[in-house]
Write a protein that binds this ligand. Sequence first.
Ligand code: NAG
Ligand code: NAG
Ligand code: NAG
Length: 256
Amino acid sequence: MEKMIGLPIFLLALIIEIYAFPPPPSLLPPGHVLVSLIKFRLTDLSRENDNAQDASQKGSNDASPTCPKTLSSITDSKNGNFYLFNDDNVWTLNNRTVISGPKKISQVFPNGPDYVNATVTSRDLTVLLEERTLYGYNQDEVTGEFKVAKGFPAKLHELVLFFPVAAFPLSNGSIILLSHFNAFATYNLFDNRPSLLNDKDVFFPGLPKDLASGIPENRVSDDFYMLFTKSQVYKYDNRLGEIVHAQPLSSYLVCK
Ligand SMILES: *[C@@H]1O[C@H](CO)[C@@H](O)[C@H](O)[C@H]1NC(C)=O
Ligand SMILES: *[C@@H]1O[C@H](CO)[C@@H](O)[C@H](O)[C@H]1NC(C)=O
Ligand SMILES: *[C@@H]1O[C@H](CO)[C@@H](O)[C@H](O)[C@H]1NC(C)=O
């Protein structure tokens, strides 16, 4: 009953507030943002009714995760979640929806690096690269927790002369490490050495400039990858060596 009265009063107050005290045009959010702000307030309000005291302490520090605006790297994982990295933070995504974060990298990846330059998941192994150090993890599929994998951390083999800035897995169990320039290495994480060093423009033409990460659409195939740069998401056809779709990270991510 309380809710039924409270809601129209709140809406009325909101409308009066917006019309009586319009924010300067430069501060006025676009229509859809305004609508989602109102929706957010409405869901927040119903919780406030349930527990007014709790809600009054919550303020803007709501349980919903903050949406990342850019990324430095992103990888999938054994249980199907994605982990998005930016600076020293990591967010967890499930089917494009941000379900937690930001957390410090080492809160999710024990004894993990302070930041990452590249990340990749190949079979059961998730690897974070900080400069030339590889931090390897196995994920518990049920709890989602990461444990340091046997043999890690490890140093990148000295035959790889560059500092990797991006990575993606191949379905045969090797990974591709990319340099900032033209070189790439096909790398085997299990014997920790490269099997091929070559020119990425020859083997993987049409990769986006400043690629950060690649995640296969289907783990058993190298045909299609989702490629991520700092703020864009692409679909790459590896058979054609072409980008076939592009969208901003902000529209790819679903944030509640
Ligand atoms: C992922 O989300 C889309 C819509 O955003 C939905 O159609 C699809 O079924 C979801 N997939 C899974 C595995 O939940
Ligand atoms: C690795 O990441 C750090 C932090 O973002 C950055 O300062 C450094 O230049 C990166 N290394 C390379 C090789 O890009
Ligand atoms: C996977 O394929 C790549 C390129 O086709 C090759 O260089 C690499 O050695 C292969 N890895 C394994 C583990 O067979």
